[in-house]
Design a protein around this ligand. Sequence first.
Ligand code: UDP
Ligand code: MG
Length: 323
Amino acid sequence: MTVRPTISIVTPFFNEQDATTAYYRGVCDALAKVQDCDFEIVCVDDGSKDDTLNRLIALSESDPRVQVIELSRNFGKEAALTAGLEAAQGDAVVPIDADLQDPPELIPAMIEAWRDGAEIVLARRVDRSSDSFLKRKTAALFYRVHNQLSAVQIPENVGDFRLMDRVVVDAVRQLPEQQRFMKGLFAWVGFKTVSLDYARKPRAAGTTKFSGIRLWNLALEGITSFSSIPLRVWSYVGLAFALVTMMYAGAILFATLVYGVVVPGYASLLVFILFFGSVQLISVGVLGEYIGRIYMETKSRPLFLVRRRYGTKPAARSVSRNA
Ligand code: UDP
Ligand code: MG
């Protein structure tokens, strides 16, 4: 740790024009409370269609701590965050959402904990009452299922908002996967972790970018990234059904020997055919989830493309136009 460390604040922005001012003010107020630290604020514009980019550029012109990375299109939050982590040069990095749902007021306490020796300082939401009932329930279900299936335990109610030491950031950056389920990757790397609690607030402005279907895909991403149990379970399902089928065959044989041929059975036959057909389709679907991901992974496309960078930075990168 240097004598006067630099802390990087990293934020992805996607159509957040109404949130930028409040975001900047909130972050600045929080940072003003921290002594003996330098800061850089890395804003990643994830292909916003509104005025977000211009507002961020204006911020970067008035405040030398702010730098802006403009991605060539919307790559999604995980990619935008990766872009930000790659650009961040601080001794510690704090990813934080643009909508102030992650309170910047917590940053001084995080830095305090980091200075006391923690390598990761998690911010845990103790009160999610600002999220809808459905979102809370599905989130809880996701954590339960994920942690059952995966060896890597994702701490419940912890988002991307956290402080990470440089060693942790470098470790996360080293992970080669294309499909980056950040929460999982952050958990996978380990390191000395402490938690701080906070109450999750409603969005400061704008609307959520995560619809039901996007959250569902994120959940699938999480589970398939960290567990192969959904793939392997089918042998056992098949085995169990084979056993049941054999017992049923025995029962039919017995009934036929004792009572003679019993013709009715159309309904049960149809039910069994449809049932096993569905089970097979589900298992093929699960295979597809994994194969699709293997396919995307083998392409090794870059995770994001940078159109331009704005804001003062070390000379080497200030003119670079590409990732
Ligand atoms: N975000 C992004 N790209 C996207 C979707 C979201 O960079 O494709 C950013 C968004 O601007 C915000 C953060 O990710 O800073 C979290 O998004 P949001 O608040 O909509 O998620 P929620 O809090 O509802 O889970
Ligand atoms: Mg939000």
